[in-house]
Design a protein around this ligand. Structure first.
Ligand code: URA
Length: 229
């Protein structure tokens, strides 16, 4: 959708007034002022007017219990995607807000609202994610302390932010992190000499995976859940 349509549809301003706001530099796209009314806007882009994030009416928001073998993408030549698990009429414009690896299961959020997904994925908001981690070895106390304080990952000198660990059993822990680096949980456990055998996301910010959703099933988010993030 063109930027002037986006601004008009999300604010209620006329197309002419929207174009004026754009040319005055009042509108940003992904934090950059954009003065071209015809700029095409993708669904994952963040549009703000006078520093307020804009959302189109009729945006859609879903949670999915992602099964193993499904990729967190919109399109893929070789694998079923998370978007493929929703009925065709709900798919247009959907993108994933916070990816999971192909072998990770659990809570995946899908939306058409780029501003909303930005709050989940941008490092600026430090959105918390809770994972149930099944380990190859019992977690030693020293390793637990290191993970809680922050560890240095392979090929990444910046230590991880403080994490929370809740033991579920000897080889199962809930790990809560507020970053989303590439393969972060697996690399954190590797950094303390352990290995992830299974990974399942239970929570993103305050939104928890609905325990009634079977693997592969989805539901619409409630207004409360949408508002919490
Ligand atoms: N960390 C990982 O290593 N994999 C995921 O899918 C999510 C977090």
């Amino acid at each position: 959708m063109r930027l002037d349509f986006f601004v008009a549809n999300s604010t209620g301003l006329s197309r002419k007034a929207s174009r004026q706001q754009i040319s005055k530099g009042e509108v940003t796209v992904d934090n950059e002022v954009c003065r071209k009314a015809a700029t095409p806007i993708r669904t994952d882009q963040r549009v703000c007017w006078r520093e307020q994030p804009l959302a189109l009416p009729g945006e859609r928001y879903f949670m999915l219990n992602k099964p193993v073998g499904v990729v967190s993408a919109t399109r893929d030549r070789d694998h079923t995607t998370a978007v493929d698990l929703l009925p065709a009429e709900l798919r247009p414009g959907l993108h994933v807000a916070g990816r999971l690896d192909i072998d990770t299961t659990g809570l995946l959020l899908l939306t058409t609202d780029g501003n909303w997904s930005h709050r989940i994925t941008s490092p600026r908001y430090q959105c918390r994610k809770r994972y149930r981690v099944t380990l190859a070895e019992p977690l030693e106390q020293a390793a637990r302390l290191k993970l809680e304080q922050g560890v240095v990952l392979k090929d990444d000198p910046q230590p991880t932010r403080a994490a929370r660990i809740d033991a579920i059993s000897e080889q199962v822990v809930d790990l809560t992190i507020s970053e989303g680096r590439y393969h972060q949980v697996k690399r954190m456990l590797a950094a303390v000499g352990n290995r992830v055998e299974a990974l399942h996301r239970l929570q993103i910010g305050p939104v928890e995976l609905d325990p009634t959703l079977e693997a592969g099933a989805f539901r619409v988010l409630t207004d409360d859940e949408i508002g919490l993030l």
